[in-house]
Write a protein that binds this ligand. Structure first.
Ligand code: HEM
Length: 504
C-alpha cells in the first residue's frame, strides 16, 4: 500500500510490485531484458526496483551505460557490489577484496601476461587442444567418421565448456594445471563453480552443501597454484613459459611490495572464473548461429580456404596477427556478442547520493533525480545492444552489419552521432573503450575487461579449427536464453548436427 502514497519525487520512479521485499525478483530473474524494456516503456530510462530486499536503480541506453560505468569509482563501487560473491571464490587480497587502486595494479600485471608474444604461442596450442578434443571426447567423436554423409550431434554447451577449459588451461593457466584437468582438478573446479551463482550473490553465506564445497574447493585450488609456484622456484626451467603464472611471478606493486604467492594463486582463480563461462557461452551462441545460418558457415570456411589453404592441400597454421584480418570471423564473433553479451547486468553500489544527469532522466523540467546511498545501480549492454533506437532489425543475427560500410550498423551509428554530437565510440576495431556506447559486451571504463583480446583469440581459433573440418546444422529450434545463471546460457535442447567436410 505504501506504493500508493505520494512518492519522493527526488528518487527515480519505483517499479510497482505486489510482494514487499521479494519485489520484482521474479520478473527480473526470468527475463531481465524484457523486464528492463517493459519498465522503460512505463518509467523512462531510469527507474528503481526491489530485488529480494535490495533497492536497485537501473540506468538504460548509452547515457545510462555512461552514468554507471563512467561514474567515479569513489561514488559507484564495484567492490561493494561484488565482493560477497567473489571473495569466497577468488580468495583474499585480490580483485574486489582489496582497494580499487590495488586492483588497477593487478590488472596491469595481468595485461603484461596478455601480450602479443604469448598470444603468438597460444594459437597452435588452442588448435591442438580442439583437435584432441574432437578425437577423444565421447560426445564428439568425428574420427573415425569416414562416411562424409554421416551426421553426428552434440550438446554445444558441453562441447564449448570442455574446449574452453582445456584451451585456457593449456595457454593461460600453464602445463601443470593442464595436466590435472582430466583428473582431480575437474571435480574441484566444478565445486568452486557451484559457488558462483546468482543465489550466492543474493545470499552469500548459507549453511548449505554447495557453500561448504565452494570453500573447500577454493582452498584446494589455491594450494595447487601455491604448490606450482614453489616447484617452479625450486626447479627453474630453461624453457620459456608463456603462461600467466610465469608473467605474474616476481611482479611488484608500485609501493615495492612483491606480489605474494597467495595473491598470484587468487588472481589465477579469478582469471579462470572470469574467462570460463563468458567464453564458453559466447562460443556456444556463435556455433548455434553458424549452424542456423549455413551460408555464413560457408563464408567462414571460404575465408579460411582463401587465406590458409596451401597448394598441396594442407592448412597453413593461423597466426595471432591473422585473426585480426579476417572480417567474416571478426564480424561473426562481434555480432554474437551483440545479441548475447554473457553479462546482462553490470552492477555498482552507491556510496554517496548521486544525481542523475537531466539529459538521462528527470522528474520534471527543472527537477533532478538523486540515487540514494546504498542502492545498487545496474547498466545493461544487453538492452542497448538490441535496442531498436540504435540498431536496425536488432533481433536479427546479421554479421554483415559490421562489415558493410553502408550497412545497418553504419547507418545506425550515423543517426546516433547526428543526434548526439558524434561523441560515441562504437567499437570498430578490436577494442572499444567508450563508456557512452550502446555496444559494450566487455564493459567500459575502469573495470573494463582485459580479457577481450584473449577471448577473441580463443574463440577465433576454436571456431576456425572446427569450421575447417566440419559443417554444422541446427538440430531443432534455436534455443532460448536461460537467465537463471550468472552468465546467459542457451537452454536445452541445444544440439548441433555436424558432418565432416569433404576436403579436410
Ligand atoms: C571485466 C565481459 C572474458 C578477465 C569484464 C566486464 C565484462 C566482461 C562485461 C566488466 C565487468 C564490470 O564492469 O563489472 C567478458 C566477456 C568475455 C570475457 C564477454 C568473453 C567473451 C574474459 C577473460 C578474462 C577476463 C578471458 C581473463 C583472461 C576480466 C577481468 C575484468 C573483466 C580481469 C576486470 C574486472 C574489474 O576491473 O572489475 N569482463 N569477459 N574476461 N574481465 Fe572479462
Amino acid at each position: 500500500l505504501y506504493q500508493l502514497l505520494p512518492q519522493d519525487k527526488s528518487k527515480p520512479p519505483m517499479v510497482w510490485h505486489w510482494i514487499p521485499v521479494f519485489g520484482s525478483a521474479a520478473a527480473y530473474g526470468q527475463n531481465p531484458i524484457k523486464f528492463f524494456f517493459d519498465c522503460r516503456e512505463k518509467y523512462g530510462n531510469v527507474f528503481s526496483f526491489i530485488l529480494l530486499g535490495r533497492r536497485v536503480t537501473v540506468a538504460l541506453g548509452p547515457e545510462g551505460n555512461n552514468f554507471v560505468l563512467g561514474g567515479k569509482h569513489t561514488l559507484l563501487s564495484a567492490e561493494d557490489a561484488y565482493t560477497h560473491l567473489t571473495t569466497p571464490v577468488f580468495g583474499k587480497d585480490v580483485v574486489y577484496d582489496c582497494p580499487n587502486e590495488m586492483l588497477m595494479e593487478q590488472k596491469k600485471f595481468v595485461k603484461f601476461g596478455l601480450r602479443a608474444d604469448n598470444f603468438r604461442a597460444y594459437v597452435g596450442m588452442i588448435e591442438d587442444e580442439v583437435v584432441q578434443f574432437m578425437n577423444n571426447d565421447a560426445s564428439f567423436r568425428i574420427w573415425p567418421m569416414n562416411d562424409i554423409n554421416e551426421w553426428g550431434t552434440f550438446d554445444v554447451l558441453h562441447a564449448m565448456s570442455e574446449i574452453t577449459i582445456l584451451t585456457a588451461s593449456r595457454t593461460l593457466q600453464g602445463k601443470e594445471v593442464r595436466s590435472q584437468i582430466d583428473k582431480s582438478y575437474a571435480q574441484v573446479y566444478a565445486d568452486l563453480d557451484g559457488g558462483f551463482t546468482p543465489l550466492h550473490w543474493l545470499l552469500p553465506n548459507l549453511p548449505l552443501e554447495s557453500y561448504r564445497k565452494r570453500d573447500a574447493a577454493h582452498k584446494k585450488i589455491s594450494d595447487l597454484y601455491i604448490d606450482i609456484l614453489r616447484k617452479r622456484r625450486e626447479n627453474p626451467s630453461d624453457e620459456q613459459e608463456h603462461d600467466m603464472i610465469a608473467s605474474l611471478m616476481n611482479q611488484k606493486y608500485r609501493s615495492g611490495k612483491i606480489l605474494e604467492d597467495h595473491e598470484i594463486a587468487h588472481i589465477m582463480i579469478a582469471l579462470l572464473m572470469a574467462g570460463q563461462h563468458t567464453s564458453s557461452a559466447s562460443g556456444s551462441w556463435t556455433l548455434l548461429h553458424i549452424a542456423d545460418r549455413p551460408d555464413i558457415g560457408e563464408a567462414l570456411y571460404k575465408e579460411q580456404v582463401e587465406n590458409f589453404l596451401q597448394p598441396d592441400g594442407t592448412w597453413r597454421q593461423m597466426q595471432y596477427e591473422d585473426i585480426k584480418t579476417l572480417p567474416v570471423l571478426d564480424s561473426v564473433i562481434r555480432e554474437t556478442l551483440r545479441m548475447h553479451p554473457p553479462i546482462h547486468s553490470i552492477m555498482r553500489k552507491v556510496r554517496e547520493p548521486i544525481p542523475v544527469p537531466r539529459t538521462l532522466a528527470s522528474p520534471s523540467e527543472d527537477g533532478t533525480y538523486v540515487v540514494p546511498k546504498g542502492d545498487y545501480v545496474f547498466s545493461s549492454a544487453a538492452v542497448s545492444q538490441v535496442d531498436p533506437r540504435y540498431w536496425k532489425n536488432p533481433m536479427e543475427w546479421d554479421p554483415s552489419r559490421w562489415i558493410d560500410p553502408e550497412g545497418m550498423a553504419a547507418q545506425a551509428y550515423k543517426q546516433y552521432d547526428d543526434e548526439n554530437g558524434a561523441k560515441v565510440d562504437f567499437g570498430f576495431g578490436l577494442v572499444s573503450k567508450g563508456t557512452e556506447s550502446p555496444y559494450q559486451p566487455f564493459g567500459a571504463g575502469r573495470h573494463r575487461c582485459i580479457g577481450e583480446q584473449f577471448a577473441y583469440l580463443q574463440l577465433g581459433t576454436v571456431i576456425t579449427t572446427l569450421i575447417r573440418r566440419l559443417e554444422f546444422r541446427l538440430e531443432g529450434k534455436f534455443p532460448a536464453p536461460d537467465y537463471n545463471t550468472l552468465i546467459v546460457l542457451p537452454k536445452k535442447p541445444r544440439n548441433i548436427m555436424y558432418r565432416r567436410r569433404k576436403f579436410d
